[in-house]
Design a protein around this ligand. Structure first.
Ligand code: NAD
Length: 314
């Protein structure tokens, strides 16, 4: 297919390279000089602007992989009366946004594209840079099933699992829900290890029990927050990411926004958001999110028990 690929950062560049290697016609662009240079060195054709990439590729598909929703909407619509991607794309072009953005922002971007005579999918990913390089990402897709079928082969070049989640925005909904589970379970596993330490329980022993019992989860058996039991986990390399605390903080900010919009009760999700906000404001922004265990250990003795907990029978 003929693809304009915009946003060639940590994730976008390897994704675009995989499309190029699979024989698609890819023209890329990134606003950052360094990202353009690195992408060019990786063999990608780079245009002088996003609009030029769409024109030069004669794009049937425009993929975006940006940091946030404001960038996506502005790129689609154009900033301050300037031309946007929707103005220069051929009628009926399929816009596929792979960035992680808020559900309502994804719906807004979809509306901008369709009112410009185009089609749009939200298609955020999980799997990180390793998955982007290996072409093993999971895509969570919102939008028309027929539009997804048109680009399924394209997505399968970059990913292993493609899930149609429903209407526009529901790909992003799946992404925030999944990452909220991940954040809460990573905190729960960390708290369990810290509690075990204070009770004299060894890491290896707790792991051996929980990994084969009902405490089993990804945060324990893949991303174990103590060194030893899972040699490949970030805890064995001083929490070099992995999945950085700043990204988890970002995703939980989107989850908190969705929780507020939906008006539901999600206390653990909001608590996880608060804990990861503090973690990212400290030294956690560039460290793996499993390093939250150090903040939990650091708070030992500083537990502010609620009246309910104080009065609870022992
Ligand atoms: P990144 O900052 O490395 O890359 C984003 C790129 O978009 C930057 O190079 C930036 O210059 C470019 N950009 C921004 N606005 C642009 C515009 N208008 N035109 C062209 N280029 C523009 O970020 P990343 O780590 O590649 O993540 C991209 C998205 O994927 C984010 O939304 C992130 O939350 C999500 N994500 C990241 C990971 C991860 O592990 N890094 C995992 C899953 C999802």
């Amino acid at each position: 297919m003929r693809v304009a690929f915009l946003g060639l950062g940590h994730m976008g560049r390897p994704m675009a390279v995989n499309l190029h290697r699979a024989g698609h016609r890819v023209v890329g662009f990134d606003v950052a000089d360094r990202a353009r240079d690195t992408a060019r060195a990786a063999g990608l054709e780079i245009a002088d602007s996003s609009l030029a990439a769409v024109r030069e590729a004669h794009a049937e598909v425009v993929v975006t992989m940006f940091q946030n929703g404001a960038q996506v909407v502005e790129a689609y619509a154009g900033a301050d009366g300037e031309e946007g991607l929707c103005d220069v794309a051929a009628p009926g072009t399929l816009f596929v946004d792979c960035s992680t953005i808020a559900v309502d922002e994804a719906q807004h971007a979809h509306a901008v594209a369709t009112s410009g005579g185009h089609r749009a999918l939200d298609a955020p990913v999980s799997g990180g840079v390793v998955g982007a390089e290996a072409g093993t990402l999971t895509f969570m897709v919102g939008g028309a099933a027929s539009d997804l079928e048109e680009v399924r082969a394209l997505l399968e070049t970059m990913g292993r699992r493609i899930v149609h989640c429903g209407a526009p925005g529901l790909g992003q909904a799946a992404k925030v829900c999944n990452n909220m589970i991940l954040a809460v379970s990573q905190i729960a596993v960390a708290e369990a290890f810290v509690l075990g330490e204070s009770l004299g329980l060894g890491h290896a022993e707790l792991y051996e029990v929980a990994a084969h019992a009902s405490g089993q989860c990804w945060a324990l058996t893949v991303n174990c927050p103590v060194p030893g039991p899972v040699p490949s986990s970030p805890a064995n390399r001083d929490f070099a990411p992995g999945f950085a605390g700043a990204l988890m903080d970002k995703d939980l900010t989107l989850a908190a926004r969705a929780i507020q919009d939906a008006g539901i009760s999600a206390r653990l999700g909001l608590t996880a958001h608060e804990m990861y906000r503090r973690y990212a404001e400290g030294d956690g922004a560039g460290r793996d999110f499993s390093g939250i265990i150090e903040s939990i250990r650091g708070n030992a003795g500083g537990y502010e028990s609620t009246d309910d907990a104080r009065g609870a029978p022992r």
